[in-house]
Design a protein around this ligand. Structure first.
Ligand code: ZN
Length: 465
């Protein structure tokens, strides 16, 4: 068994390498690409032109027992006094042993991000997701895609994410829809299976059109998203929050943890944009909720921080809310290293030595508290790992708890400022836990917004559920 890690070196040359780590502690760098960035002019008066080529957004999955499959993006940006242009291209490479077996450009109509392989089928092809949008980097829709390792698209299905491979090359989507090997929908599960792949007892619930006995699940290269045996790691860094109908919170309804937190986000954005008056300022002039957020929250973070800027951060790219309890991402990679000021690369932390995962951190919190959420600080788009049970399901998720927590976490993602420093700005007692940041947002801002269900008591340090 071998492990792979991505790293990039940047000077004026950009190299993308795959680091293959063998069981004996041996390392082999594999070359995926080299790019040159260059500038001309200068002489103390600034460059006349600058070409920047940046590889990024690497996704990695195992390729049967032969090696790995990597996908990534290369952004090219050219700027001169006369013009600016930028473009992005997406790539796919496979490795075999200690060499690169294939390396091709991949293109899907309106592709905005590299494909994310999630599982591999018995025939060696992959099923994953691809972000679609008006321009590279701006993902407005996530589609399920089946593709070969040479970059050929086999089929796509809009708005779904692969969850489980089924026998014969089919797949079950996160929506509960089942697809055959050609991507044709052929059934709908009433409930997603909830037990471990390695256990024998599947609880498939009632099935409307098609039954999946456990023996029908593909067993060759299965990726089980809820724990258990895995052959790939990458997609587990950012596991989605449970979505109905599989979410425990559904209770027969249609609001699970994932729906609740995204409902809260949408409602928060609407409220901060709402032109309706919620009070008066010191001079008796009417103010909106956005004005209130400006004076009570953003002004404390420096003159460049505005409600409009915050809204732009939340809407320019869709925030990513993930399940903290199943994430294998490195907890240390969430914040900059104290010594270097740089967030450690998770792959390099993991290999050859293991690193504490986000899941382990939440399960065995060293602070002795029950952490509700951790945010990649800073991150753009916002990426927050939630303990699912800390998301309040009341009122379809539109409630003070969820919306105040989103503001709190987004402050980390947007500004890069960690709890200690935020506490000094928002809390009266520096010894208070970070819950006081959330409470301050509710007490001073969101509480003034009419009709927001109060799951947080005013002036209370009661944590969210
Ligand atoms: Zn915090």
């Amino acid at each position: 068994m071998n492990a792979y890690a991505m790293y990039s070196q940047s000077r004026t040359l950009q190299h993308l390498r795959l680091l293959r780590a063998g069981v004996g502690g041996d390392f082999y760098p594999l070359t995926l690409g080299d790019w040159t960035s260059a500038g001309t002019g200068g002489n103390g008066s600034g460059s006349d032109s600058q070409l920047n080529v940046t590889p990024s957004a690497v996704n990695l999955i195992t390729n049967a027992d032969q090696g790995s499959l990597a996908s990534w993006e290369v952004d090219t940006n050219f700027q001169s006094s006369a013009s600016t242009s930028s473009s992005s291209a997406f790539y796919l490479a496979t490795t075999s042993g200690s060499s690169v077996a294939s390396n091709v450009q991949m293109s899907v109509p309106n592709q905005a991000a590299p494909v994310k392989p999630v599982l591999q089928r018995a025939d060696g092809s992959y099923i994953g997701t691809v972000g679609i949008g008006p321009q590279p980097g701006r993902v407005t829709q996530t589609n399920m895609i089946a593709f070969t390792s040479s970059g050929t698209t086999l089929w796509t299905q809009p708005y779904d994410t692969p969850q489980i491979a089924t026998a014969g090359g089919g797949v079950i989507g996160a929506s509960g829809t089942t697809y055959d090997q050609n991507g044709n929908a052929n059934g709908q599960l009433a409930n997603m299976p909830t037990q471990s792949w390695t256990g024998n007892s599947y609880r498939l619930g009632s099935v409307n059109d098609v039954a999946f006995p456990a023996t029908a699940l593909a067993n060759s290269f299965l990726i089980w998203p809820w724990g258990g045996s895995n052959t790939a790691t990458q997609q587990q860094w950012y596991p989605p929050l449970a979505s109905c109908p599989s979410s425990l919170g559904c209770n027969g309804g249609n609001v699970g943890y994932q729906q609740a937190i995204y409902n809260a986000l949408a409602d928060l954005i609407t409220r901060l944009r709402n032109p309706v008056t919620v009070g008066k300022d010191a001079n008796g002039n009417p103010i909106t909720l956005g004005d209130l957020a400006q004076s009570k929250v953003f002004n404390k973070l420096g003159s460049s921080r505005t409600t409009a800027g915050f809204l732009n951060y939340l809407t320019d790219e869709t925030p990513q809310f993930n399940d903290a309890l199943t994430s294998s991402y490195c907890e240390k990679s969430l914040v900059p290293d104290v010594g270097t000021g740089v967030k450690p690369n998770c792959w390099l932390l993991k290999f050859p030595i293991g690193a504490q995962t986000v899941s382990e951190y939440f399960t065995n919190d060293p602070t002795g508290q029950q952490t509700d959420a951790r945010t990649d600080t800073p991150s753009d788009p916002l990426r927050t790992f939630f303990r699912p049970q800390s998301i309040a399901l009341r009122n379809s998720g539109w409630n003070s708890c969820n919306e105040s927590v989103i503001v709190h976490e987004a402050l980390h993602g947007w500004t890069g400022i960690q709890d200690r420093q935020l506490e000094s700005k928002f809390c009266s007692n520096s010894d208070l836990p970070s819950d006081c940041i959330t409470d301050s947002v509710w007490d001073n801002v969101l509480q003034k917004s009419p009709g927001l269900a109060a799951t947080l008591a005013p002036n209370s340090s009661t944590p969210c559920p």
